[in-house]
Design a protein around this ligand. Structure first.
Ligand SMILES: Nc1ncnc2c1ncn2[C@@H]1O[C@H](COP(=O)(O)OP(=O)(O)OP(=O)(O)O)[C@@H](O)[C@H]1O
Length: 488
């Protein structure tokens, strides 16, 4: 932003309905207060403003409409409560049209300097995920806000599995400055898998080579929740609220999200952003696929059956890390750990990296790339995992009694409890892992909710490979933390 813009000052008195307001703009803040009691002052950072424009007298395409030069409207995003954003607007009137036009021009100039905000968005809608309401969700919550913000949205409704991925790999995307989807984790996964493979093709890189550094896609992505669990979007914004997700896209602030590549012996199987799980959650994903007609409750049904069966699977895990210990610092907005990794290129050949091997019979092995928080598990399976620090958290749950399995699930369901104090659980911080099944009966991998049938895999973190529209979740009020006495 230029110095002239930074230093611009505006001060006027306007009317909104019958009330008089003093309106002040300086140092990127719009402040308004009413002149008569009850006094109230509102402060709006310009970075939360979506659009500013004259008040139109009729509806229809903007270029054909008449506007009243005495009125202008500020459309903005406002935090309702922790992590939850809503849309709001303020329409103001002045008898002097010059006053109105100078406010409109100054504020619009500021907004134009936010060059990371999307202007031409390619949006994929998965009509099949979650409760199959993705298109309605877009029409009701997404479209009106994108219209206000002046984002030109091209919508593609997916017709089949992997169509989104294929379009992104094979089609020209030069006319777009960002990509988004309405769907669950499987849809998001199609989005970033497509973008990374596309970039590999453009740069002549072979993604099947497991030691290869993968190239960063040039387009940022936005995620509008429309699936069953929506773990990725929950872990990013701290909520699955749809308006919040749309506003994060419009405001254009972004984070670098780590992605993890999963290879078998000779090819890239896929990249994941939330978790890769073998054993219990692998079995649940596999069995619930054929029960999709049940909707999100298929996970409860299959989960219950699998927990009662209490199967264990033998295997060996090799873990590469430069420090296996997980420190108990959660990832919130403006996370210093993630910011410090923005320009740091992770070099896996650094000498301090060491391999450690764990063998045994496991109830579940999970590699989490983010906390994996969701409505059912508000802290997630890896509460201390960061969005963009270049590490995954490996959670090794040894085969144990049914009672202990229930303890794990009960702790996952609570917002304040973690599981790493339980004696049959090991948690490691890793850059890369290799898993080998040593049983004839094998489980499958659950990779961002999709079933992967190969059991022997190598998974490797690529630090901040993807740019996602998000500001991160806010630091919560910890005052109502539960006591240790109540732990099960
Ligand atoms: N038109 C379509 N018909 C069938 N499947 C589709 C279609 N479009 C996308 N898919 C596939 O649907 C699957 C499920 O979608 P998605 O993951 O978004 O929803 P979900 O499984 O209900 O949510 P979550 O993963 O958050 O639990 C994905 O594997 C995706 O590739």
């Amino acid at each position: 932003m230029s110095d002239d813009l930074q230093n611009s000052v505006l001060l006027s008195t306007f009317y909104s309905r019958r009330k008089r307001y003093r309106l002040y703009f300086h140092r990127n803040q719009i402040v308004w207060d009413n002149e008569k009691p009850p006094y109230a002052q509102h402060t709006l950072p310009i970075e939360n403003v979506i659009a500013v424009g004259y008040k139109y007298l009729d509806s229809g395409p903007a270029e054909d409409r008449c506007y009243d030069p005495h009125y202008f409207t500020i459309h903005y995003a406002e935090k309702k409560e922790i992590n939850l954003w809503c849309y709001n607007s303020l329409t103001l009137r002045h008898s002097d049209t010059y006053q109105v036009s100078s406010w409109v021009k100054t504020l619009q100039n500021h907004l134009q300097s936010f060059c990371k905000r999307p202007k031409k968005l390619l949006l994929f809608v998965n009509p099949y995920g979650g409760k199959r309401k993705a298109m309605k969700v877009f029409e009701k919550y997404g479209k009106p806000l994108f219209n206000i913000a002046g984002v030109d949205v091209s919508v593609i409704v997916s017709q089949r599995q992997n169509q989104i991925r294929d379009i992104l790999i094979h089609h020209n995307l030069d006319m777009f400055d960002s990509v988004a989807c309405v769907g669950g984790d499987g849809t998001v996964s199609e989005l970033f898998n497509g973008l990374v493979i596309r970039e590999c093709k453009l740069q002549g890189i072979n993604p099947d080579e497991s030691k290869q550094s993968l190239p960063k896609p040039t387009l940022p992505i936005g995620i509008i929740p429309g699936g069953s669990t929506d773990t990725i979007v929950y872990s990013l914004h701290g909520t699955t609220d749809i308006t919040t997700a749309v506003l994060h896209i419009i405001l254009g602030d972004s984070l670098g999200l780590d992605l993890v590549s999963v290879h078998d012996e000779d090819r890239l199987l896929r990249l994941f952003a939330s978790a890769l799980s073998y054993g219990y959650l692998g079995d649940v994903a596999y069995n619930s696929e054929s029960l999709r007609w049940m909707g999100p409750s298929r996970y409860d049904y299959c989960g219950f059956k699998k927990i009662m069966a209490n199967r264990g699977y033998k295997g060996e895990i090799a873990i590469l890390s430069d420090g296996l210990q997980v420190d108990q610092l959660k990832c919130y907005e403006k996370c210093e750990k993630c910011i410090s990794k923005q320009f740091d290129n992770h070099n896996l050949n650094k000498s301090e990296n060491e391999w450690k091997t764990v063998q045994g019979k496991f109830f579940m092995v999970s590699a989490a790339n983010i906390s994996c928080a969701c409505k059912r598990s508000p802290s997630g399976i890896a509460p201390y995992c960061h969005i963009g620090d270049g590490y995954l958290h490996l959670i090794v749950i040894h085969h144990t009694s049914l009672f202990n399995n229930l303890r794990i699930l009960s702790r996952y369901a609570k917002s304040t409890y973690t599981i790493d104090d339980l004696p049959f659980i090991e948690v490691y911080r890793a850059k890369e892992i290799c898993f080998r099944a040593i049983d004839t009966t094998k489980s499958r991998w659950n990779c961002d909710g999709e079933v992967q049938h190969q059991s022997d895999i190598r998974a490797r973190v690529h630090c901040q490979l993807l740019t996602v529209f998000s500001r991160g979740s806010s630091i919560p009020d910890e005052s109502n933390k539960s006591c240790n006495f109540c732990k099960f």
